[in-house]
Design a protein around this ligand. Structure first.
Ligand code: A2P
Length: 342
């Protein structure tokens, strides 16, 4: 099998680290791994397949010098804006985890379980965008239900972990908890979040737009339509909660016709990379603790609305660093390889 030179941009970050773990786990056809970060981390090492690999500094020439064929970017929007086109013109396919290119008309936005064929559009710019973490686990769940019942509208509330805002955001939660136990939480600093996150929750992720929704909420609205190629109405309320890993979502789904909860459960059981956990009387339902470090999306609490037979309620949990970022990026890369070799 052909092997590829792979760069991980942001290899020292929360998502970058997870990409390395997933590449190891799936036994990626890798000729060479090139971990990249800023000058701050250059020279430090990451462990990959039992060996220490030195992180190099991201530069204009590194993709050319290292003959990179696949570049996985997770170092923030401005880094992608500057360096993804450079990597692409050096001949690499870029899989970008940031929001920078997601809504560009000629850049495909891909969740392999939902719209794998869009990967072929990578040739437009050399870039494939990885959707927002909250969108990925949601559309994986929506796809089999839409195929069966014709989805019209989604009302979603999210419960998002701090790791979605990066490593330093997780550290902020841990530090505030330590401060709480030292009786000095009131003086504890918050930098990554607009308020104290420990023992709190914050109904704001990213900044607000003119329509009263946050950018995070509008990502769920716009990305869902782009990925599913369908004008599904989406209304989102995104909430940051004081946990480290795993985003949870409460979905209210309105379909064109009547739905059946048992049938919907069976459809989800057969959907790729979805695990149904739905025995509420036995205390079995998805929780962030269960989803942590896993590559599957967990679905439960599947029930029909009390009033309307065309409305279904579903609870969805996935590891935001894995399913919502690293795993989806690596699945895109594997699919891209499959298509390239076909
Ligand atoms: P570094 O460790 O050198 O700062 P997180 O999302 O967890 O905060 O991680 C962000 C990742 O993006 C880190 O690997 C970080 O590297 C990397 N990064 C941030 N800014 C740059 C930059 N200007 N050039 C290259 N990598 C960057």
């Amino acid at each position: 099998m052909k092997q590829y030179n792979v760069a991980v941009v942001g290899a020292s970050g929360a998502v970058g680290e997870e990409i390395l773990r997933v590449l190891e786990e799936v036994d990626f056809p890798l000729a060479k791994l090139v971990p990249l970060a800023s000058a701050r981390s250059a020279g430090t090492t990451v462990t990959f397949r039992g060996k220490e690999v030195v992180i190099q500094e991201l530069t204009d020439t590194i993709f050319e010098e290292e003959q990179i064929q696949i570049a996985l970017f997770s170092a923030g929007g401005s880094v992608s804006a500057q360096y993804a086109p450079i990597a692409a013109s050096a001949g690499a396919v870029v899989i970008d985890n940031t929001s920078h290119f997601r809504m560009h008309a000629d850049v495909p936005l891909v969740v392999p379980e939902v719209n794998p064929k869009d990967i072929a559009l990578w040739k437009n710019t050399g870039i494939i965008a990885n959707p927002n973490c909250s969108t990925i686990q949601m559309v994986q769940t929506l796809k089999p239900l839409d195929d069966a019942y014709d989805l019209l509208r989604v009302d979603v509330s999210t419960y998002q972990a701090t790791s979605g805002a990066g490593m330093s955001a997780m550290e902020e939660l841990v530090r505030q908890m330590q401060d709480f136990f030292a009786f000095k939480l009131e003086q504890s600093e918050h930098k990554k979040f607009p308020h104290q996150i420990a023992l709190n929750l914050i109904p704001q992720i990213d900044s607000f737009t003119d329509n009263g929704y946050t950018k995070e909420e509008m990502k769920m609205v716009n990305e869902t339509v782009k990925i599913m190629h369908k004008n599904i109405e989406v209304s989102a309320t995104c909430v940051r909660v004081p946990i480290l890993r795993g985003h949870s979502e409460s979905l209210t789904l309105t379909f064109d016709g009547a739905v059946d909860a048992d049938e919907a459960r069976a459809l989800l059981e057969n959907a790729p990379n979805i695990v149904v956990m739905d025995k509420p009387n036995e205390g079995i339902y998805p929780m962030p603790k269960i989803a942590t470090d896993q590559n599957e999306t967990y679905v439960g609490r599947i029930r029909r609305d009390v009033y309307r037979d065309n409305v279904l309620h579903v609870w969805v949990v996935a590891d935001n660093l894995r399913v919502g970022a690293a795993t989806n990026a690596v699945r895109i890369a594997l699919k891209w390889i499959e298509m390239e070799q076909a």
